[in-house]
Design a protein around this ligand. Structure first.
Ligand code: MN
Length: 500
């Protein structure tokens, strides 16, 4: 999946007429130089397009309208090389519907101490020109990211790269179609929510489908396609002998392959990029989809189990952000290890963990599932590599969405898990299990999450900012007293900010 191909970010440089044509020509040349330098840096996933220097309210409004109307433009980089009186920006920023980042940079890195004169100062005013622009964006209460530093600096480019990946995920969510196959697990609360509000807020649409819609595609899979996919399983994974060709349960592997073919065809036909299933509604399917869901996630589909469409949408967004970097999976806090001084979490799901986070070659196994009342499902089983990671959860607070993130340290299991028949990962939540889990529960975080070892907190924070939703972080600095106060303050803020 390359979600960045054919996308672009526009580079908008602010100035004004006061400086005369010569200076404005220099401003344009400098901006073009920065754009070229950023594009060849190799650090940025999305191409930047230089736009003519902006010196009038009309030109600014027109650029913002064009950005809105250009499908390939996913956002704007704004920078004031000189002073740009910010009332000129009101009309444009009022109508701008694309996210923007404020790159607070300067053409030259250093002050040329021995030669600097007033001409140089007139040309290089971003230190205060960007403050004028910052004021109007804040006065208009506009969400944006502010990045400070010289544009050629590696850290600045990395921050810009993060923002681009997040904006690409936001762009992807606009008009995204999510299939909720078989509705919700009965009586479960956190997987429910306001789909209308979610569509207005995030741009994606969640619609329900009956199992018959899926089963028709499963039954339509040809023998040849099933043979080929079963052979692919044997080539790509360590398939248990009983499931392999000639094994006593090979037919179950073929059933699993048929489900994958049907599910894939269903998703492609409807142009869905994320989906949910529920084990309580499998009418017409022989098994709960296990390996099928796992492999579809690895191909970039968002997924949530038990009808969890919010997590499916979040996993999809995280997949776009992480494209080309590494793994993202649907995850669930499953079981605790409460040994004093050695507290940790075993994360897994009944089946559906994405092999993009696998360490080593996944095994293909078949085991009974004590729930759902179907035939034994085929699944990929694997461990996860140690290192830093995070869990993210999005919940509907009734009036607003809250994005909750907990940074974790993934570790190896204390011992092998020879009888555990599912993919798993073991982690210590920050700051520790006792505080981390208490904070998570107080914040109402779901048991379902999006898990990753390649995205940092910055990505999720940028995403929440663009979406205008609440962002809550549990990390190594979290203490419960402050955390509870922040939750209370947030409740008041969002109540007031959203008005009647
Ligand atoms: Mn679950």
């Amino acid at each position: 999946m390359n979600p960045f191909k054919s996308l672009e970010v526009w580079f908008a440089t602010g100035s004004q007429h006061l400086y005369g044509p010569e200076t404005l020509e220099q401003v344009a040349a400098d901006s073009q130089h920065i754009v070229d330098g950023l594009n060849v840096s190799g650090k940025l996933p999305v191409k930047i397009v230089f736009k003519p220097v902006l010196t009038t309210p009309d030109a600014i409004a027109q650029l913002c309208q064009e950005a809105n109307a250009t499908p390939s433009c996913i956002g704007l980089i704004t920078w004031m090389h000189t002073f740009s009186p910010a009332k000129m920006w009101i009309a444009g920023l009022s109508v701008l519907r694309k996210p923007f980042v404020h790159l607070h940079t300067q053409f030259g890195r250093d002050i040329p101490w021995s030669t600097i004169d007033m001409d140089f100062m007139n040309l290089n005013q971003s230190a205060h020109g960007d403050r004028e622009f910052g004021f109007i964006a804040t006065r208009m209460r506009l969400a944006r990211k502010v990045i400070v530093g010289h544009w050629a600096d590696g850290e600045v480019q990395a921050e810009l790269g993060v923002w681009m990946r997040v904006v690409a995920a936001w762009h992807d969510a606009q008009g995204l179609k999510i299939a909720r196959i078989g509705d919700n697990m009965r009586q479960v609360a956190v997987t429910e929510g306001d789909k209308v509000e979610a569509q207005m807020r995030f741009g994606y649409a969640v619609n329900g489908y009956g199992l018959g819609d899926l089963v028709r595609h499963v039954d339509g899979a040809t023998q040849k396609a099933v043979d080929d996919l079963a052979a692919t399983y044997e080539r790509e994974y360590a398939v248990a002998p009983e499931l392999g060709r000639g094994g006593g349960r090979h037919e179950s592997l073929r059933d699993a392959a048929r489900i994958e073919l049907g599910l894939r065809a269903f998703l492609e036909e409807g142009d869905f990029k994320a989906f949910t299933t529920t084990f309580e509604n499998l009418y017409g399917l022989k098994q709960l989809p296990g390996i099928a869901v796992q492999r579809l996630m690895a191909d970039g589909y968002g997924f949530g189990a038990e009808g969890d469409w919010k997590t499916a949408a979040l996993v999809r967004a995280m997949k776009v952000m992480a494209a080309g970097l590494g793994g993202v999976s649907f995850m669930e806090d499953y079981t605790y290890h409460f040994a004093p001084g050695n507290e940790k979490v075993l994360g897994a799901h009944m089946l559906e963990i994405c092999p993009s986070i696998a360490h080593g070659t996944p095994k293909v196994e078949i085991h009974p599932l004590g729930i759902g009342g179907k035939e034994d499902p085929v699944r990929l089983v694997f461990d996860t590599q140690p290192g830093p990671g995070l869990n993210a959860s999005i919940i509907d607070m009734g009036g607003r969405f809250r994005l909750l993130v907990n940074t974790v340290d993934v570790i190896l299991p204390d011992e092998p898990l020879p009888r555990l028949p599912v993919a798993r990962t073991v982690w210590i939540p920050q700051p520790n299990l006792k505080v981390g889990a208490a904070a998570w529960i107080l914040a109402g975080g779901a048991h379902h999450t999006g898990f990753t070892q390649v995205l940092t907190v910055e990505y999720l924070e940028d995403f929440a900012e663009i979406g205008g939703i609440e962002f809550v972080l549990i990390d190594k600095n979290t203490d419960l007293r402050t955390f509870k106060r922040d939750l209370r303050n947030n409740s008041v803020y969002y109540h007031l900010a959203q008005g009647v």
